[in-house]
Ligand binder design. Structure first.
Ligand SMILES: NC(=O)c1ccc[n+]([C@@H]2O[C@H](COP(=O)([O-])OP(=O)(O)OC[C@H]3O[C@@H](n4cnc5c(N)ncnc54)[C@H](OP(=O)(O)O)[C@@H]3O)[C@@H](O)[C@H]2O)c1
Length: 163
């Protein structure tokens, strides 16, 4: 399993149920990387999508403890312990952990790689991602070149779990 996330300079990822910053280059890359593959997300992240709908042309696995929860076009998972069994149905596809904060924190130990869009700004945030620069188990494997869109600077970095 791999992680895909956009973080600010303090590893903030969200505020009031939304992203901190929309970057269309990042959205396009997210779509290109995840289309045809599998996303694993929390219920709040699903509900942050337009019309609270799953993202098209991908398997959307949504974690919720609420067994009465219903959402069209998603695969529900009520217990993280059930996730490996659920994922067996999608062998051959890449599995991306797509947030939010609670899901990243819980699944980080099971992930090998993290595709981190680093945004060179600090926003007010109420949700964060574990700081991989301070985690001895993770190394920055690729540092992307700094790009700019509408005055927002960012890079596509890749972190790798140490073997
Ligand atoms: N920057 C990024 O790349 C990025 C990506 C994704 C999301 N985000 C942001 O992150 C924020 C949302 O993160 P969040 O931490 O508040 O919510 P979240 O992780 O998206 O969803 C949390 C919900 O997932 C369910 N859940 C969590 N752990 C579970 C478990 N072990 N078993 C079953 N269900 C479980 C629970 O749903 P129930 O309450 O229904 O039980 C929980 O309330 C938003 O601001 C969003 O925009 C940012």
């Amino acid at each position: 399993m791999d992680i895909i996330v956009a973080v600010d300079e303090k590893w903030g990822i969200g505020k009031d149920g939304n992203l901190l910053q929309r970057i269309s280059t990042d959205m396009k890359r997210f779509r290109a990387m995840t289309t045809g593959n599998v996303l694993v997300m929390g219920r709040k992240t699903l509900e942050s999508f337009p019309n609270q709908k799953p993202l098209p042309n991908r398997v959307n696995i949504v974690l919720t403890t609420n067994r009465a929860y219903e959402a069209e076009g998603v695969v529900l998972c009520h217990d993280l312990a059930d996730l490996p069994e659920l994922l067996k149905a999608y062998e051959g596809k890449q599995v991306f952990v797509a947030g939010g904060g609670s899901i990243y924190a819980q699944l980080l130990p099971q992930c090998e790689r993290a595709y981190v869009t680093k945004i060179y700004h600090t926003y007010p945030a109420d949700t964060t991602f574990p700081n991989l620069d301070e985690n001895p188990e993770w190394v920055l494997a690729e540092k992307g070149e700094v790009q700019e869109e509408n005055g927002v600077r960012f890079s596509f970095d890749v972190y790798q779990k140490m073997k």
